[in-house]
Design a protein. Structure first.
Length: 161
């Protein structure tokens, strides 16, 4: 196999893709979405269905609720796939939790909230909420993508994970 073919196959792996960010701009708030980090916790669609509706395009309508409420629901996203920033004063989007907290889910992922610097394939990223891979099998390291043993947790046998 040539070096070029090896490089092409390597760049096709999910973990090698540069993160893709979608922006949904409203009057007072912009919501961003990074699809590869979404773990389908459904906090958004359950919390504010008038803003987050998977059956329509675009699926995010930030102006369908007041910006403060949109930000509140976005902060519930455990993976950090959804983020936001207010347009007023160009303020920092989301204040990090203090103190920083780390919690392991029954499936093995690490849910981390706080003022974070996460180092991945594309360098350091400032984060406030992440779900990190606890099993080492994610194709989106260090973030969990449910591709490993944590995809179907066996909560009856935690020592075998």
């Amino acid at each position: 196999m040539t070096d070029r073919a090896t490089a092409d196959r390597t760049s096709e792996r999910a973990g090698d893709e540069k993160p893709r960010l979608k922006e949904y701009e409203g009057e007072g708030i912009t919501v961003t979405f990074e699809p590869r980090r979404c773990l389908h916790a459904a906090e958004c669609v359950h919390g504010l269905p008038e803003v987050f509706d998977l059956s329509r395009r675009p699926w995010v309508l930030p102006d369908a609720a007041v910006p403060a409420r949109v930000g509140e629901v976005v902060r519930r996203c455990p993976s950090g796939a959804l983020q936001y920033h207010h347009h007023l004063d160009d303020a920092v989007a989301e204040a990090p939790d203090s103190p920083t907290t780390v919690r392991r889910t029954p499936a093995g992922q690490l849910v981390v909230r706080g003022d974070l610097i996460v180092t991945g394939a594309h360098g350091d990223r400032h984060e406030t909420r992440v779900m990190l891979c606890g099993c080492g099998a994610s194709g989106n390291q260090p973030y969990c993508d449910h591709s490993g043993p944590c995809a179907e947790p066996d909560d009856d046998v935690p020592d075998e994970r």
